[in-house]
Ligand binder design. Structure first.
Ligand SMILES: [Zn+2]
Length: 300
């Protein structure tokens, strides 16, 4: 018995097949058709990527993890800056296209479900997931399950305003957290200090080699991570804060400053538990694996 999960991101479509126990048996990637493509082309890419991992199995269901806003019923993809779907009935159209039962959810919710089942949140009743890539994705786990909110939109932490009248954000607002804590922020801080552009992996390599400018860039992003996490910890009092996404691959060079800032921005730390900031365990396939697990388990 197998299940397939497909993660639909801004640059690629990543598919995995899992067995009934959740072990990954196959993976495949296809390029995203891009923003100029129609919704139909993206659905075709999803169906093809899923097909790539069927092998000689007949999957029981398909889970779809998408980078953007998914409605509370898991029927429609409402909006995502990097995907061409707009208020699109993706669950139904993909079910028709593939002939499989389809479960649709936001990518961070899928990743949080994967971390709950077999990652850093295993056995943990309450946790926050913060994924730091180009921007910030987030999910809230309470009572051992992903909490989606009244309209399915909980966990959109990246667009909390942390600086009134701050830097302009792609979402149209100003001062959003992800303008200060993201891969883009890492590149911007480095560019200001160095006077030339380096991409995220280049900054990471420099930081690992002990370069002062790169270390300062990670300290800046990490400090903003801790400050934003403190607000979320004040709101939710989780056992753990799990940090994933490409920028977090640098580990303690990011999480060290974040832990320091988190402890410094919470009230009463001498008298309360401060949740640890820990790395996510499932890596870049977390969304696809979580989607496959949701196809197996159903959305709670
Ligand atoms: Zn924003």
């Amino acid at each position: 018995m197998t299940y397939v999960g497909v993660d639909v991101g801004g640059t690629k479509v990543l598919a995995v097949r899992i067995d009934a126990a959740g072990a990954v048996e196959a993976t495949a990637t296809r390029p995203m058709p891009g923003l100029a493509a129609g919704p139909d082309e993206v659905e075709a890419a999803v169906a093809l990527a899923a097909r790539d991992v069927y092998g000689d199995t007949e999957p029981r269901a398909l889970g779809v993890s998408a980078a953007g806003l998914v409605d509370g019923a898991g029927e429609r993809f409402l909006f995502g800056a990097h995907l061409p779907w707009r208020d699109a009935p993706v669950r139904r159209t993909l079910a028709e296209r593939t002939g499989l039962p389809v479960v649709l959810d936001n990518d961070a919710n899928c990743a949080a479900h994967a971390e709950l089942v077999s990652g850093a949140a295993r056995g943990v009743g309450s946790a926050l997931l913060i994924t730091i890539g180009t921007g910030i994705g987030g999910a809230v786990v309470l009572g051992g399950r992903v909490v989606r909110g009244a309209h399915g939109l909980a966990g959109e932490f990246g667009h909390m305003q942390v600086v009134p009248n701050g830097l302009a954000c792609e979402c149209g607002l100003r001062g959003c957290w992800e303008q200060y804590c993201s891969g883009r922020a890492l590149e911007r801080v480095t560019r200001v200090a160095l006077g030339r552009h380096l991409d995220g992996p280049e900054v990471t390599a420099l930081a690992r080699a002990g370069n002062e400018v790169a270390l300062h860039s990670f300290a800046s992003v990490g400090t903003w991570l801790g400050v934003g996490a403190a607000g979320l910890v004040s709101a939710f009092d989780p056992q753990l804060v799990i940090v994933g996404g490409g920028v977090s691959a640098v580990g303690d060079l990011l999480l060290g400053p974040a832990r320091h800032a988190l402890a410094g921005a919470l009230q009463g730390t001498a008298y309360r538990a401060v949740p640890d900031l820990v790395p996510a365990l499932l890596g870049p396939e977390a969304g696809a694996i979580g989607a496959a697990l949701l196809a197996r388990d159903g959305r709670s």
